[in-house]
Design a protein around this ligand. Structure first.
Ligand SMILES: Nc1nc2c(ncn2[C@@H]2O[C@H](COP(=O)(O)OP(=O)(O)OP(=O)(O)O)[C@@H](O)[C@H]2O)c(=O)[nH]1
Ligand SMILES: [Mg+2]
Length: 315
């Protein structure tokens, strides 16, 4: 990154905040709500996010760089899951504030306990964000509030026999990332812990990901939404070319050449589908969203190829 033009305010604050939590709690949805635009892809399937990318929030008082992380996920150890967990630990290096996102509609399980362990060991100030405030079935909300106060999740401090429990978080905030409720409270809570410092990104820049990467992620989101069982987890997307061209009428068109990479020919056949229906549906859903986002016509040339080494390259 080149030199960034600096604000004149001598009290300008700056720093990194990392979003951690079990898979599916809504970290990526929260990142998008914080930044105010869709940076990260979101799906109802676990293990959607695979990379730790930045979403940048600009305010007159400073700049917060949010780092989205892959959710902690319990499965048989696989190369993919191991690589994702290493990414979460690496993401804690060099950050100022830790934002622990939880889902109060789901019971507190092994995955949460693993995250609680990681969070408990971190030395940074911590904020607990209890997401999905829009849902009525937030049965585990009180358990999380008690945990935040220093109790064992699901057990009150009195029951646990603890004397004067110590609060685990600097703030606890209930939000709806989906419905954009209380998002500004998270931003203001983080600013309270950020040091005075120079802006890391130019004003107006909302992410560090390249256009190619973002296009690939959007195609991967559509793939996650349209395929089942293990298929999404055996697939990755590689964007080879993004080029401004003209259509037959001379109107501007973005030409995109991309490939879905999968590990073997059985999955390749599933991703292509009967009469190429699956790959066509994925491509058409991605193209529609890209056309809206880019405000231009898009031609998406999408292939399905076998590449059994993509998981190794993720680390
Ligand atoms: N009702 C409701 N649903 C939400 C909210 N936030 C996220 N979701 C949904 O929860 C699911 C998971 O959201 P993601 O943002 O992909 O979750 P994540 O924590 O990033 O998941 P991984 O990337 O797999 O770790 C999606 O279906 C979201 O639409 C919320 O505030 N309310
Ligand atoms: Mg995510």
């Amino acid at each position: 990154m080149g030199a960034v033009e600096q604000p004149t305010d001598p009290n300008f604050k700056s720093g990194l905040a990392v979003l951690v939590g079990r898979t599916n709690v809504g970290k990526s949805t929260l990142l998008n709500a914080l930044v105010g635009t869709k940076i990260a892809i979101v799906t109802p399937k676990p293990q959607t996010t695979r990379d730790t990318y930045h979403g940048i929030v600009h305010r007159p008082e400073g700049q917060i760089v949010f780092v989205d992380t892959p959710g902690i996920f319990k499965t048989q150890p696989s190369r993919l899951v191991q690589n994702l967990h290493h990414k979460v630990r690496d993401a804690l290096e060099g950050i100022e504030v830790l934002v622990h996102v939880v889902d109060p509609t789901r019971s507190i399980g092994i995955e949460d306990e693993r995250v609680n362990g990681i969070v408990a060991h971190a030395v940074q100030p911590k904020i607990l964000v209890i997401n999905k405030l829009d849902l009525p079935n937030r049965y585990y909300r009180d358990s999380w509030l008690e945990y935040a106060q220093g109790g064992v999740a699901g057990v009150t401090a009195a029951e646990a026999g603890a004397s004067a429990p110590k609060a685990r978080y600097a703030s606890v905030i209930e939000v709806s990332a989906l419905k954009d409720k209380n998002i500004e409270l998270v931003i203001q809570a983080i600013f309270r812990h950020l040091p005075v410092g120079p802006a890391q990104y130019p004003l107006g820049q909302v992410t560090n990901v390249t256009n190619e990467f973002w296009i690939g992620e959007l195609i991967r989101e559509k793939l996650y939404l349209q395929t089942n069982q293990e298929v999404p987890y055996t697939a990755a997307v590689h964007v080879e070319l993004v080029e401004d061209r003209k259509d037959k009428q001379g109107k501007p068109l973005v030409y995109i050449k991309a490939a879905i990479l999968t590990t073997d020919d059985r999955h390749q056949r599933m991703l292509i589908g009967q009469g190429a229906r699956m790959v066509r549906n994925i491509g058409s859903a991605a193209r529609k969203e890209l056309e809206v986002a880019m405000n231009k016509k898009v031609f998406l040339d999408l292939a399905v190829l076998i590449d059994d080494e993509w998981m190794d390259r993720l680390s």
